[in-house]
Design a protein around this ligand. Structure first.
Ligand code: PHE
Length: 356
Protein backbone atom coordinates (compact mmCIF):
# COMPACT_ATOMS: atom_id res chain seq x y z
CA UNK A 1 0.00 0.00 0.00
CA UNK A 2 2.92 2.31 0.75
CA UNK A 3 4.35 1.60 -2.71
CA UNK A 4 1.01 2.55 -4.28
CA UNK A 5 0.91 5.70 -2.20
CA UNK A 6 4.38 6.86 -3.21
CA UNK A 7 3.80 5.91 -6.83
CA UNK A 8 0.63 7.94 -7.26
CA UNK A 9 1.40 10.93 -5.05
CA UNK A 10 4.67 11.47 -6.97
CA UNK A 11 3.01 10.96 -10.35
CA UNK A 12 0.24 13.39 -9.51
CA UNK A 13 2.76 16.01 -8.41
CA UNK A 14 4.60 15.58 -11.73
CA UNK A 15 1.50 15.62 -14.00
CA UNK A 16 1.91 18.22 -16.74
CA UNK A 17 -1.72 18.88 -17.63
CA UNK A 18 -5.35 17.96 -16.96
CA UNK A 19 -5.31 15.06 -19.40
CA UNK A 20 -2.37 13.41 -17.63
CA UNK A 21 -4.17 13.95 -14.32
CA UNK A 22 -7.31 12.21 -15.57
CA UNK A 23 -5.20 9.31 -16.81
CA UNK A 24 -3.73 8.91 -13.30
CA UNK A 25 -7.17 9.12 -11.68
CA UNK A 26 -8.40 6.22 -13.81
CA UNK A 27 -5.26 4.16 -13.10
CA UNK A 28 -5.55 4.67 -9.31
CA UNK A 29 -9.15 5.12 -8.24
CA UNK A 30 -11.14 4.47 -11.44
CA UNK A 31 -13.42 1.39 -11.59
CA UNK A 32 -10.52 -0.82 -12.61
CA UNK A 33 -7.85 1.25 -10.88
CA UNK A 34 -5.20 -0.31 -8.71
CA UNK A 35 -6.65 1.02 -5.44
CA UNK A 36 -10.16 -0.06 -6.44
CA UNK A 37 -8.93 -3.60 -7.26
CA UNK A 38 -7.25 -3.78 -3.86
CA UNK A 39 -10.53 -2.81 -2.22
CA UNK A 40 -12.26 -5.70 -3.94
CA UNK A 41 -9.80 -8.07 -2.26
CA UNK A 42 -11.16 -7.00 1.15
CA UNK A 43 -13.97 -9.53 0.71
CA UNK A 44 -11.57 -12.42 0.73
CA UNK A 45 -9.86 -11.31 3.94
CA UNK A 46 -10.52 -12.44 7.45
CA UNK A 47 -12.45 -9.95 9.58
CA UNK A 48 -9.25 -9.13 11.52
CA UNK A 49 -7.26 -8.44 8.39
CA UNK A 50 -10.12 -6.42 6.98
CA UNK A 51 -10.31 -4.23 10.07
CA UNK A 52 -6.74 -3.10 9.43
CA UNK A 53 -6.69 -3.01 5.62
CA UNK A 54 -10.14 -1.42 5.09
CA UNK A 55 -9.53 1.94 6.81
CA UNK A 56 -6.00 2.10 5.40
CA UNK A 57 -7.26 1.59 1.84
CA UNK A 58 -9.99 4.20 2.36
CA UNK A 59 -7.44 6.65 3.69
CA UNK A 60 -5.23 5.98 0.66
CA UNK A 61 -8.14 6.53 -1.71
CA UNK A 62 -9.02 9.84 0.00
CA UNK A 63 -5.43 10.96 -0.04
CA UNK A 64 -5.13 10.30 -3.79
CA UNK A 65 -8.43 12.05 -4.49
CA UNK A 66 -7.40 15.17 -2.59
CA UNK A 67 -3.99 15.17 -4.28
CA UNK A 68 -5.79 14.99 -7.65
CA UNK A 69 -8.10 17.89 -6.73
CA UNK A 70 -5.27 20.03 -5.39
CA UNK A 71 -3.18 19.42 -8.50
CA UNK A 72 -6.13 20.32 -10.71
CA UNK A 73 -6.44 23.70 -9.01
CA UNK A 74 -2.68 24.24 -9.23
CA UNK A 75 -2.69 23.49 -12.97
CA UNK A 76 -5.55 25.96 -13.56
CA UNK A 77 -3.72 28.64 -11.56
CA UNK A 78 -0.56 28.04 -13.58
CA UNK A 79 -2.49 28.32 -16.84
CA UNK A 80 -4.00 31.63 -15.71
CA UNK A 81 -0.59 32.92 -14.66
CA UNK A 82 0.81 32.01 -18.06
CA UNK A 83 -2.04 33.86 -19.78
CA UNK A 84 -1.62 36.92 -17.61
CA UNK A 85 2.08 36.94 -18.42
CA UNK A 86 1.59 36.80 -22.20
CA UNK A 87 -1.52 38.95 -22.48
CA UNK A 88 -0.11 41.74 -20.40
CA UNK A 89 -0.74 45.18 -21.80
CA UNK A 90 0.76 48.53 -20.87
CA UNK A 91 -2.21 50.86 -20.95
CA UNK A 92 0.01 53.83 -20.19
CA UNK A 93 1.71 53.63 -23.62
CA UNK A 94 0.70 56.37 -26.08
CA UNK A 95 -1.95 55.23 -28.60
CA UNK A 96 -1.07 54.43 -32.21
CA UNK A 97 -1.82 57.13 -34.74
CA UNK A 98 -5.11 56.58 -36.56
CA UNK A 99 -6.59 58.41 -39.49
CA UNK A 100 -9.62 60.28 -38.28
CA UNK A 101 -12.59 61.01 -40.53
CA UNK A 102 -13.89 64.54 -40.94
CA UNK A 103 -17.32 66.10 -41.14
CA UNK A 104 -18.20 67.21 -44.67
CA UNK A 105 -18.71 70.99 -45.01
CA UNK A 106 -22.30 70.38 -46.15
CA UNK A 107 -23.06 68.44 -42.96
CA UNK A 108 -21.32 71.10 -40.89
CA UNK A 109 -23.23 73.97 -42.49
CA UNK A 110 -26.53 72.06 -42.23
CA UNK A 111 -25.90 71.68 -38.50
CA UNK A 112 -25.05 75.36 -38.19
CA UNK A 113 -28.18 76.45 -40.07
CA UNK A 114 -30.33 74.11 -37.99
CA UNK A 115 -28.86 75.44 -34.73
CA UNK A 116 -29.54 79.06 -35.69
CA UNK A 117 -33.13 78.46 -36.80
CA UNK A 118 -33.81 76.20 -33.81
CA UNK A 119 -32.87 79.16 -31.64
CA UNK A 120 -35.60 81.15 -33.41
CA UNK A 121 -38.17 78.43 -32.78
CA UNK A 122 -38.04 76.58 -36.12
CA UNK A 123 -38.41 72.79 -36.03
CA UNK A 124 -36.82 70.53 -38.65
CA UNK A 125 -39.13 68.82 -41.17
CA UNK A 126 -38.21 66.31 -43.85
CA UNK A 127 -39.69 64.92 -47.05
CA UNK A 128 -38.83 62.31 -49.68
CA UNK A 129 -36.23 62.98 -52.37
CA UNK A 130 -38.33 61.12 -54.94
CA UNK A 131 -41.47 63.24 -55.12
CA UNK A 132 -44.76 63.05 -56.89
CA UNK A 133 -45.53 65.49 -59.65
CA UNK A 134 -48.25 66.92 -57.38
CA UNK A 135 -46.05 67.84 -54.42
CA UNK A 136 -43.12 69.09 -56.48
CA UNK A 137 -45.20 71.15 -58.93
CA UNK A 138 -49.02 71.29 -58.94
CA UNK A 139 -49.52 71.88 -55.22
CA UNK A 140 -46.98 74.69 -55.50
CA UNK A 141 -49.06 76.40 -58.17
CA UNK A 142 -46.85 75.17 -61.02
CA UNK A 143 -49.33 73.60 -63.48
CA UNK A 144 -48.28 71.25 -66.29
CA UNK A 145 -47.76 73.90 -68.93
CA UNK A 146 -45.87 76.31 -66.63
CA UNK A 147 -42.37 77.32 -67.88
CA UNK A 148 -40.93 76.79 -64.37
CA UNK A 149 -41.16 73.04 -64.98
CA UNK A 150 -38.87 73.29 -67.98
CA UNK A 151 -36.56 75.78 -66.24
CA UNK A 152 -35.90 73.40 -63.39
CA UNK A 153 -34.23 70.75 -65.61
CA UNK A 154 -36.17 68.05 -63.84
CA UNK A 155 -35.08 64.42 -63.58
CA UNK A 156 -38.09 62.19 -64.22
CA UNK A 157 -38.43 58.53 -63.28
CA UNK A 158 -39.80 55.94 -65.71
CA UNK A 159 -43.32 54.59 -65.56
CA UNK A 160 -44.05 51.05 -66.66
CA UNK A 161 -45.27 50.74 -70.25
CA UNK A 162 -48.96 51.63 -70.40
CA UNK A 163 -48.99 53.33 -67.00
CA UNK A 164 -50.44 56.73 -67.81
CA UNK A 165 -49.92 58.38 -64.41
CA UNK A 166 -47.43 61.28 -64.36
CA UNK A 167 -43.95 60.03 -63.47
CA UNK A 168 -42.35 60.76 -60.12
CA UNK A 169 -39.50 63.27 -60.11
CA UNK A 170 -36.32 63.78 -58.14
CA UNK A 171 -37.45 66.83 -56.18
CA UNK A 172 -36.11 69.98 -57.82
CA UNK A 173 -36.39 72.02 -54.61
CA UNK A 174 -37.29 71.55 -50.94
CA UNK A 175 -40.57 73.46 -51.41
CA UNK A 176 -42.72 70.28 -51.60
CA UNK A 177 -42.00 69.86 -47.88
CA UNK A 178 -44.04 73.04 -47.36
CA UNK A 179 -47.15 71.19 -48.55
CA UNK A 180 -46.30 68.02 -46.63
CA UNK A 181 -45.84 70.03 -43.43
CA UNK A 182 -49.13 71.91 -43.90
CA UNK A 183 -50.93 68.59 -44.38
CA UNK A 184 -49.25 67.04 -41.39
CA UNK A 185 -49.69 69.70 -38.71
CA UNK A 186 -51.96 72.43 -40.11
CA UNK A 187 -51.36 76.04 -39.07
CA UNK A 188 -49.56 77.59 -37.30
CA UNK A 189 -46.21 76.32 -38.65
CA UNK A 190 -42.60 77.23 -38.10
CA UNK A 191 -40.23 74.80 -39.81
CA UNK A 192 -37.08 74.53 -41.84
CA UNK A 193 -36.36 71.66 -44.15
CA UNK A 194 -32.75 70.98 -45.14
CA UNK A 195 -32.12 68.34 -47.78
CA UNK A 196 -30.95 67.17 -51.17
CA UNK A 197 -32.45 68.43 -54.40
CA UNK A 198 -31.75 67.54 -58.04
CA UNK A 199 -31.50 69.37 -61.36
CA UNK A 200 -29.80 68.36 -64.60
CA UNK A 201 -27.07 70.98 -64.55
CA UNK A 202 -23.28 70.76 -64.26
CA UNK A 203 -20.59 73.48 -64.15
CA UNK A 204 -18.37 75.23 -61.59
CA UNK A 205 -21.36 76.43 -59.56
CA UNK A 206 -23.92 73.71 -60.40
CA UNK A 207 -24.04 69.99 -59.63
CA UNK A 208 -26.95 67.66 -60.52
CA UNK A 209 -27.46 67.08 -56.79
CA UNK A 210 -27.20 69.95 -54.34
CA UNK A 211 -28.69 71.08 -51.05
CA UNK A 212 -31.31 73.56 -50.01
CA UNK A 213 -32.89 74.60 -46.79
CA UNK A 214 -36.54 75.58 -47.00
CA UNK A 215 -38.10 77.86 -44.42
CA UNK A 216 -41.81 78.18 -43.73
CA UNK A 217 -43.66 80.24 -41.13
CA UNK A 218 -47.44 80.41 -41.11
CA UNK A 219 -49.62 82.24 -38.62
CA UNK A 220 -52.40 84.80 -38.38
CA UNK A 221 -50.29 87.93 -38.69
CA UNK A 222 -46.98 86.91 -40.22
CA UNK A 223 -45.65 89.47 -42.70
CA UNK A 224 -42.78 90.22 -45.05
CA UNK A 225 -41.23 92.25 -42.20
CA UNK A 226 -40.90 89.08 -40.13
CA UNK A 227 -39.24 87.40 -43.11
CA UNK A 228 -36.67 90.17 -43.40
CA UNK A 229 -35.90 90.12 -39.67
CA UNK A 230 -35.55 86.33 -39.58
CA UNK A 231 -33.22 86.32 -42.60
CA UNK A 232 -31.01 89.11 -41.27
CA UNK A 233 -30.82 87.41 -37.88
CA UNK A 234 -29.89 84.21 -39.63
CA UNK A 235 -27.17 85.64 -41.89
CA UNK A 236 -25.61 87.66 -39.08
CA UNK A 237 -25.44 84.60 -36.81
CA UNK A 238 -24.19 82.40 -39.64
CA UNK A 239 -21.42 84.71 -40.86
CA UNK A 240 -20.62 86.00 -37.37
CA UNK A 241 -20.95 89.62 -38.41
CA UNK A 242 -23.86 91.93 -39.11
CA UNK A 243 -25.10 91.27 -42.65
CA UNK A 244 -27.43 93.63 -44.51
CA UNK A 245 -29.92 92.16 -46.96
CA UNK A 246 -31.46 93.59 -50.11
CA UNK A 247 -34.86 92.42 -51.31
CA UNK A 248 -35.45 92.50 -55.05
CA UNK A 249 -38.92 91.96 -56.52
CA UNK A 250 -39.02 88.62 -58.30
CA UNK A 251 -41.43 85.92 -59.31
CA UNK A 252 -42.08 82.41 -58.03
CA UNK A 253 -45.37 80.64 -58.74
CA UNK A 254 -45.70 79.64 -55.08
CA UNK A 255 -45.20 83.05 -53.45
CA UNK A 256 -46.92 86.42 -53.90
CA UNK A 257 -45.27 88.84 -53.57
CA UNK A 258 -41.89 87.22 -54.24
CA UNK A 259 -38.41 88.48 -53.54
CA UNK A 260 -34.91 87.42 -54.30
CA UNK A 261 -32.62 88.28 -51.43
CA UNK A 262 -29.05 89.52 -51.76
CA UNK A 263 -26.53 89.83 -48.96
CA UNK A 264 -24.01 92.61 -48.58
CA UNK A 265 -20.45 91.72 -49.62
CA UNK A 266 -17.17 93.02 -50.97
CA UNK A 267 -14.94 91.69 -53.74
CA UNK A 268 -11.24 92.04 -53.08
CA UNK A 269 -8.55 90.33 -55.12
CA UNK A 270 -11.08 87.82 -56.39
CA UNK A 271 -12.40 86.80 -52.98
CA UNK A 272 -15.81 87.62 -51.54
CA UNK A 273 -16.25 88.92 -48.02
CA UNK A 274 -19.76 88.86 -46.60
CA UNK A 275 -21.03 91.65 -44.33
CA UNK A 276 -18.85 94.45 -45.68
CA UNK A 277 -18.45 96.62 -48.81
CA UNK A 278 -21.17 97.70 -51.21
CA UNK A 279 -21.61 94.78 -53.55
CA UNK A 280 -24.54 92.36 -53.38
CA UNK A 281 -24.70 88.61 -53.75
CA UNK A 282 -27.90 86.73 -54.49
CA UNK A 283 -28.42 83.89 -52.03
CA UNK A 284 -32.08 82.95 -51.85
CA UNK A 285 -35.64 83.10 -53.12
CA UNK A 286 -38.53 83.97 -50.86
CA UNK A 287 -41.95 85.53 -50.54
CA UNK A 288 -45.38 85.34 -48.95
CA UNK A 289 -46.93 81.90 -49.45
CA UNK A 290 -49.42 82.03 -52.35
CA UNK A 291 -53.07 81.52 -51.28
CA UNK A 292 -53.37 78.63 -53.75
CA UNK A 293 -50.44 76.92 -52.04
CA UNK A 294 -52.04 77.31 -48.62
CA UNK A 295 -55.23 75.83 -50.06
CA UNK A 296 -53.35 72.91 -51.58
CA UNK A 297 -51.91 72.25 -48.12
CA UNK A 298 -55.38 72.36 -46.54
CA UNK A 299 -54.95 75.75 -44.83
CA UNK A 300 -57.56 78.50 -45.16
CA UNK A 301 -55.90 81.52 -46.82
CA UNK A 302 -58.58 83.82 -45.39
CA UNK A 303 -57.44 82.96 -41.91
CA UNK A 304 -53.72 82.34 -42.27
CA UNK A 305 -50.75 83.74 -44.12
CA UNK A 306 -47.00 83.27 -43.95
CA UNK A 307 -43.61 83.48 -45.57
CA UNK A 308 -41.37 80.92 -47.23
CA UNK A 309 -37.80 80.94 -48.40
CA UNK A 310 -35.29 78.59 -50.02
CA UNK A 311 -31.52 78.94 -49.52
CA UNK A 312 -28.73 76.98 -51.21
CA UNK A 313 -26.72 75.25 -48.49
CA UNK A 314 -23.76 74.49 -50.75
CA UNK A 315 -23.58 78.15 -51.70
CA UNK A 316 -23.49 79.14 -48.03
CA UNK A 317 -20.69 76.66 -47.36
CA UNK A 318 -18.63 77.99 -50.29
CA UNK A 319 -19.09 81.57 -49.09
CA UNK A 320 -18.37 81.00 -45.43
CA UNK A 321 -15.42 78.64 -45.81
CA UNK A 322 -13.93 80.01 -49.02
CA UNK A 323 -14.38 76.85 -51.09
CA UNK A 324 -14.08 77.75 -54.78
CA UNK A 325 -15.50 74.85 -56.82
CA UNK A 326 -18.85 73.27 -56.03
CA UNK A 327 -18.09 70.10 -57.99
CA UNK A 328 -15.28 69.16 -55.60
CA UNK A 329 -17.88 68.85 -52.82
CA UNK A 330 -19.08 65.58 -54.28
CA UNK A 331 -15.88 64.09 -55.73
CA UNK A 332 -15.10 62.18 -52.50
CA UNK A 333 -11.43 63.13 -52.85
CA UNK A 334 -9.91 62.35 -49.42
CA UNK A 335 -7.35 65.15 -49.73
CA UNK A 336 -10.19 67.63 -50.24
CA UNK A 337 -12.19 66.16 -47.38
CA UNK A 338 -9.23 66.33 -44.99
CA UNK A 339 -8.55 69.90 -45.99
CA UNK A 340 -12.09 71.29 -45.84
CA UNK A 341 -13.63 68.81 -43.38
CA UNK A 342 -14.39 69.55 -39.73
CA UNK A 343 -13.32 67.76 -36.58
CA UNK A 344 -16.04 65.29 -35.69
CA UNK A 345 -16.26 66.36 -32.06
CA UNK A 346 -16.73 70.05 -32.88
CA UNK A 347 -20.52 70.12 -32.92
CA UNK A 348 -21.68 73.59 -33.95
CA UNK A 349 -23.69 75.30 -31.22
CA UNK A 350 -24.71 78.90 -30.78
CA UNK A 351 -23.04 79.27 -27.40
CA UNK A 352 -19.84 77.55 -28.52
CA UNK A 353 -19.46 79.72 -31.62
CA UNK A 354 -20.41 78.14 -34.90
CA UNK A 355 -17.01 77.75 -36.51
CA UNK A 356 -14.01 75.72 -35.42
N1 PHE B 1 -38.02 76.78 -54.40
C1 PHE B 1 -37.33 77.96 -54.89
C2 PHE B 1 -36.11 77.50 -55.71
O1 PHE B 1 -35.69 76.38 -55.59
C3 PHE B 1 -36.88 78.84 -53.77
C4 PHE B 1 -38.01 79.43 -52.98
C5 PHE B 1 -38.48 78.80 -51.86
C6 PHE B 1 -38.61 80.62 -53.39
C7 PHE B 1 -39.53 79.33 -51.13
C8 PHE B 1 -39.63 81.17 -52.68
C9 PHE B 1 -40.10 80.53 -51.55
O2 PHE B 1 -35.57 78.27 -56.47
Amino acid sequence: MDDLRIKYIDAIAAAADEAALEELRLQAVGKKGEVSLKMRELGKMTPEERQVAGPALNALKNEINSALAAKKVALADAALDARLATEWLDVTLPARNRRVGTIHPISQVTEEVTAIFADMGFAVAEGPQIETDWYNFDALNIPGHHPARAEMDTFYTHRAEGDERPPHVLRTHTSPVQIRSMEKTGAPIRIICPGRVYRADYDQTHTPMFHQVEGLAIGKDISMANLKWVLEEFFSAFFGTEVKTRFRASHFPFTEPSAEVDIQCSWEGGTVKVGEGDDWLEVLGSGMVHPKVLEAGGIDPNEYQGFAFGIGIDRLAMLKYGIPDLRAFFDSDLRWLRHYGFASLDQPTLHGGLTR
